[in-house]
Design a protein around this ligand. Structure first.
Ligand SMILES: [Zn+2]
Length: 382
């Protein structure tokens, strides 16, 4: 890494910009959009501002590019802010604050919670902490912050910052680990909430189906802040056409996976090839019932085709799924998802045994899987 880059990064981390300051009379001064730039320039001549956390003097910056904000006069070690300087973060915090204000919630910007030494981007009704996350954050830190809020009976809500509007529709999504950690659930349907300051819209990555470590298939849909409600609207289940698109992407991913396994070299030691052999299946083209998208299958780390083969093979040998999990043959993404995994595999086996002898084409497998999806969504919503 070149030295200049390291320096730039360090420097950037230490410039902390905020929207709330204290005045000489110990009052809070919030840049929530109530003053014009001209008014702020006048106020700046008469007032001095200090950081509510480290008490260092602040500069009120009223420029043309960024929204008005406070910056520490000197590079500081100011703590308790989750994010380094970014105009996206400042802009988003301000819009979110205004969003809650317009809905008549008690919204507090950059609210410091001394008991847990954390600062929420926006605290809503003293019950919800809105974390608008624009930069990558270690998962351990994200969980730690969530835990801190929960200790105070405050529900954390993570919103991922979007720099620009993104394409809507069904597609493959590449999610980083900290984004996966921001996942919420509507029943067992995982989704991630995003916010895009430039167009003041919320985005949903919803109905997420796990493909492999960083790849998910899901639906991207936006909702204007003027139409959003709070608690935030929950995403809707997929239509049959949308589910068909998900299936298409799943089959592509399955094809890719199969190819990678066939060319992996050591076929004898390859788990996928061995399972196909034992189940007397054509490894180059396993039947349509293997590798299907199912609600709740994000409990497994392995690709759908592999865990589904494992489950069927175990069934034929009279082996229980719990044994597969205990021996690590089936790997879970999180250990507490064992019950979910057991219910899911039982569901999958029922489906498999019911249809395994039918000649299935693309259209009736869509009917079967979509019915199954709807049944699960209904069950989970109850
Ligand atoms: Zn400070």
């Amino acid at each position: 890494m070149p030295k200049s880059f390291v320096f730039h990064k360090l420097k950037k981390r230490r410039v902390i910009c905020i929207l709330v300051a204290t005045t000489t009379r110990q009052q809070l001064f919030c840049l929530t959009g109530q003053y014009s730039r001209k008014e702020l320039l006048e106020i700046r001549l008469q007032e001095q501002f200090f950081c509510p956390t480290c008490h260092a003097p602040l500069l009120l910056k009223v420029g043309k590019v960024n929204i008005p904000h406070f910056a520490h006069k000197t590079l500081s070690n100011c703590q308790h802010f989750s994010e380094p300087e970014s105009s996206l973060h400042l802009h988003g915090k301000l819009l979110l604050y205004q969003f809650f204000n317009q809905l008549n919630f008690k919204a507090e910007l950059e609210k410091y919670l001394s008991k847990v030494r954390q600062r929420a981007d926006v605290l809503v009704d003293e019950r919800y902490a809105i974390e608008f996350q624009c930069s990558p954050i270690p998962v351990s830190q994200l969980l730690q912050r969530s835990k801190g809020y929960q200790q105070l009976s405050i529900s954390p809500i993570w919103l991922k910052g979007l720099k620009e509007p993104c394409l809507e529709g069904i597609g493959l999504l590449h999610l980083k680990v900290h984004e996966v950690a921001m996942m919420q659930y509507a029943g067992q349907l995982p989704y991630i909430l995003l916010f895009c300051p430039p167009d003041n819209r919320f985005y949903y990555y919803s109905n997420l189906f796990y493909v492999s470590s960083s790849r998910w298939v899901g639906k991207t849909k936006s909702l204007s802040a003027t139409k959003q409600i709070f608690p935030f609207a929950r995403p809707k289940p997929l239509s049959k056409e949308e589910f068909n698109l998900v299936m298409g992407i799943f089959y592509q991913a399955k094809k890719q996976y199969v190819r990678s396994q066939l060319y992996a070299g050591n076929r004898v030691g390859n788990l996928y090839c061995r399972l196909c052999y034992e189940l007397c299946l054509d490894a180059t083209n396993p039947p349509n019932l293997f590798g299907v998208p199912l609600v709740g299958a994000d409990c497994f780390k392995q690709p759908a085709v592999l865990w589904q083969l494992l489950v069927v093979e175990a069934y034929e040998k009279g082996i229980g799924v719990d044994w597969l999990i205990q021996t690590g043959k089936l790997t879970l993404r999180e250990s507490e998802k064992e019950q979910q995994a057991i219910t899911l595999t039982a569901d999958y086996l029922t489906l498999y045994l019911k249809y395994k002898d039918d000649a299935l084409n693309n259209s009736n497998i869509l009917d079967i899987l979509y019915d199954n999806y709807c049944k699960n969504v209904r069950k989970l919503r109850k």
